[in-house]
Design a protein around this ligand. Structure first.
Ligand SMILES: NC(=O)c1ccc[n+]([C@@H]2O[C@H](COP(=O)([O-])OP(=O)(O)OC[C@H]3O[C@@H](n4cnc5c(N)ncnc54)[C@H](O)[C@@H]3O)[C@@H](O)[C@H]2O)c1
Length: 370
């Protein structure tokens, strides 16, 4: 198969969908890999590294899209890329169709086969191609929170780990899924006092077994949240209600309970956030202040650390890309239920119920098309 890797052109996107090690593996399997020049640069992978891995470097995106049977990407195709999509071409990337009717209609019109990272799903319910980005965001939340607690960034001037003779900082994490657990590990590793809240007792029991002793686990309810806010130096929002907006668990009036110069990092901002006063920010201007509390709400946190994010993402996506190349999309999806669930649009037909529901489009059973 001919596999293509265009350079990501969405604003501030520095990740790349295939690293040189992946290119080498595909070439070793007998495939041809076309990489647009400069595609890996933002993640620290030079063109020469792809060439040494056996990939062919190509000058422009048009040529990559025109020549290949499968495109591997990171972000959804943006408008400039829509005319490049072709009938029968497999596009394996994050699509988030429900967020954009125009993208959905463009892919339908193209006749391409859209396999979306975000809906690939294991029997356990886990979304294996979203997990690595939640891991990055959870860990980064503590790093960013620690930074904005520094005086020069407007924070209260607290070192999360404290020093001998001085108490450490208090970190409150609301939501103990992938983001929350990774944040807890990082904060605990720094020596902070960590309290993690979740509504799932099963999850809390599991976390009690795997998290260090300086993480206290507490049932999430309004009473406990208010009590914890009074002590917290850093609050991390990490709640997810699948398929719904995040609930506002911290109201504007609650901020008055917090110490001035404390920091809120609401990772759940991409689902509306769990802090009422949160609104999305960017890496260029990541924070703003409400009632003396610093708010950090970057909607694509992994974009701030593209090297780590690219490696984490491709570790998860590559085995699927390799199978798609070896078997073709039909057989690869027949063989693997998780990948089958990644099918969103096939040759102009919507096959993923969530996408059809979002825009009132008819949904075809993918079994009839593979
Ligand atoms: N900003 C970013 O760059 C970025 C990156 C990755 C993920 N995210 C977002 O972070 C959020 C969390 O993702 P995740 O992968 O950890 O999800 P997850 O499903 O693994 O975890 C969510 C957790 O929230 C818990 N929860 C639900 N209601 C709660 C409540 N009322 N109080 C406390 N806990 C509650 C659930 O029990 C679950 O354990 C999502 O909105 C995700 O989209 C953002």
């Amino acid at each position: 198969m001919i596999v293509g890797v265009p350079k990501e052109i969405k604003t501030a996107e520095h990740r790349v969908a295939l690293v040189p090690a992946g290119a080498e593996s595909l070439v070793g399997d007998g495939h041809t890999v076309l990489v647009e020049r400069g595609a890996g640069l933002g993640s620290g992978f030079a063109d020469e590294a792809y060439a040494a891995a056996g990939a062919s470097l190509v000058g422009g995106a048009d040529e990559v899209w025109a020549k290949v049977e499968m495109i591997v990407k990171v972000k959804e195709p943006i408008e400039a890329e829509w005319p490049r999509m072709r009938r029968g071409q497999v596009i394996f990337t994050y699509f988030h169709f429900a967020a954009s009717e125009s993208l959905t209609r463009a892919v339908i019109g193209s006749g391409a086969i859209a396999i979306a990272y975000e809906t690939v799903q294991l029997v356990t319910g886990e979304l294996p191609l979203l997990t690595p980005m939640s891991e990055v965001a959870g860990r980064m939340a503590v790093q960013e929170g620690a930074k904005y607690l520094e005086k020069v960034f407007g924070g209260s001037g607290i070192l999360l780990g404290g020093v001998p003779g001085v108490l450490p900082g208090e970190v409150l994490i609301i939501g103990g899924g992938v983001v929350g657990t990774n944040a807890a590990k990082m904060a605990a590793g720094l020596g902070a006092r960590v309290t993690l809240l979740d509504v799932s007792l099963e999850r809390l029991r599991y976390l009690a077994d795997v998290l260090p002793a300086n993480v206290d686990l507490l049932y999430s309810n309004r009473h406990n949240i208010l009590e914890q806010l009074r002590q917290a130096d850093l609050v991390i929002g990490a709640v997810l209600l699948p398929g719904a907006k995040a609930p506002h668990l911290v109201k504007r009036a609650d901020l008055k309970l917090m110490k001035p110069g404390s920091v809120v990092v609401d990772v759940a901002v991409d689902q509306g956030g769990c802090i009422e006063t949160i609104r999305p920010t960017t890496h260029e201007a990541p924070t703003y202040v409400v009632d003396g509390i610093i708010h950090y709400a970057v909607a694509n946190m992994p974009g701030g650390v593209p090297r780590t994010s690219t490696l984490g993402l491709t570790n998860a996506t590559f085995p699927y890309a390799k199978r798609l190349a070896r078997l073709g999309w039909r057989q690869a999806c027949k063989d693997d239920r998780a990948l089958f669930l990644g099918l969103n649009i096939i040759d102009g037909k919507v096959v993923y119920p969530g996408v059809g529901e979002a825009f009132g489009l008819p949904v075809v059973d993918p079994q009839t098309l593979v």
